[in-house]
Design a protein around this ligand. Structure first.
Ligand SMILES: C[S@@+](CC[C@H](N)C(=O)[O-])C[C@H]1O[C@@H](n2cnc3c(N)ncnc32)[C@H](O)[C@@H]1O
Length: 266
C-alpha cells in the first residue's frame, strides 16, 4: 500500500542511506543525544503548544523519521512511539534514544499497513509533521489510521507545508532583499511528480543512486481539511503559519499550517 503506481519502490528508497544522512546532518547519535537532552522543547516548536502537558501521555509520531521528536517527548516525560518505513531511520532513532537516556518504541512499517496488534485506540496524542501527505495518492487511509490509533478524547496534530508555497508560488533569491516570487503554479494540479528523496542533500558528495526518487502528489488545503473531517475527527483549529524562522524572509507568505483535531465519540 505504498502510495504510487510503482508499488513498493518508495519503501526501498527509504531503507537506503538514511542513517548516514542523519549522521551528516545532526552528528552521531551520541552528539545529537547530548544536545537534545539540554533542550528538548526546541525540537517540538511550535506543535508542543497543542499537546498540553505531555508527562505520562502516550504519543505516536506517524512517519517520525530519525526519532528526534519522539526522543524529545520522552525526555519531557511522555511515552513516545514512532511508525516509519525506514530501517535506517529506526537505527538512528534507537541509538539516539539510548544516548539521550530514554526509551522510545519504534515500529518499522508502512503507515498505511501497520501490524494489526498495533492498530488499536491506545494513544492520547497522534501527530505527524513536515513532509507527510504528498506521499499519498489517497488521503483517506492515512487520516483513518490516525483516527484508529487515538483513544476517545485523544488529539490529532497535523502540520505540513502550505500548498500556497508548495503548489502556487515559486521563489528565487537567497536573501530577503533580493527574493522574488512568481505566481506561476497550478494550485489545483493533481499530477504525480518524481522527486529526489528529502535527505539526499545531506548525503556525502559522490553518492549517486537512482533509487533516491520518490513520487509526490501535492494536496490543496481544502482537500486535507476535508479528509481529516471525513476520517471522523473534529477539527478544532487550522492555523496557517508564516516563516517561523525569520520575520523578514518570505514575510506575508503562508509557509506551513497546523490542524488540531480531536477524536470525540458519542
Ligand atoms: C520528510 S520525512 C517527515 C519529517 C519528520 N516527520 C520530521 O518531523 O522530521 C518523511 C518520513 O516518512 C517516512 N515514510 C515515507 N513513506 C512512508 C510510509 N508509507 N509509511 C511510513 N513511513 C513513511 C520516511 O521514512 C520519512 O522518515
Amino acid at each position: 500500500m505504498v502510495m504510487d503506481a510503482k508499488g513498493d519502490f518508495n519503501e526501498q528508497v527509504w531503507n537506503e542511506e538514511t542513517y548516514d544522512a542523519w549522521v551528516e546532518r545532526f552528528g552521531t547519535p551520541n552528539a545529537a543525544g547530548m544536545k537534545l537532552k539540554n533542550n528538548p522543547e526546541t525540537k517540538l516548536y511550535p506543535i508542543l503548544q497543542y499537546f498540553g502537558d505531555v508527562k505520562g501521555k502516550k504519543i505516536m509520531n506517524l512517519m517520525g523519521s530519525n526519532g528526534v521528536k519522539a526522543v524529545a517527548l520522552s525526555l519531557l516525560g511522555a511515552e513516545a512511539a514512532v511508525i516509519d518505513i525506514s530501517q535506517g531511520n529506526a537505527k538512528y532513532a534507537k541509538e539516539l534514544a539510548v544516548e539521550a537516556g530514554v526509551a522510545i518504541k519504534y515500529i518499522v512499517s508502512d503507515v498505511l499497513d501497520i501490524p494489526k496488534e498495533e492498530r488499536k485506540p491506545q494513544y492520547d496524542i497522534v501527530f505527524a509533521e513536515l513532509g507527510i501527505v504528498h506521499y499519498f495518492t489517497d488521503l483517506k487511509p492515512f487520516f483513518e489510521t490516525a483516527f484508529s490509533l487515538l483513544k476517545n478524547g485523544g488529539r490529532f496534530v497535523f502540520r505540513d507545508f502550505h500548498p500556497i508555497s508548495t503548489k502556487l508560488i515559486s521563489s528565487r533569491g537567497s536573501t530577503a532583499k533580493v527574493r522574488k516570487h512568481k505566481v506561476d503554479g497550478d494550485y489545483f494540479d493533481t499530477t504525480l511528480e518524481e522527486k529526489e528523496v528529502s535527505y539526499a542533500k545531506y548525503l556525502p558528495e559522490g553518492i549517486v543512486n537512482d533509487t533516491r526518487i520518490v513520487h509526490w502528489r501535492r494536496w490543496t488545503l481544502g482537500e486535507v481539511v476535508t479528509a481529516v473531517a471525513q476520517a471522523g475527527l473534529t477539527i478544532k483549529l487550522l492555523q496557517e503559519e508564516p516563516n517561523l524562522s525569520s520575520e523578514v524572509f518570505d514575510k506575508g507568505i503562508p509557509k506551513t499550517y497546523t490542524i488540531v483535531a480531536d477524536k470525540i465519540l458519542g
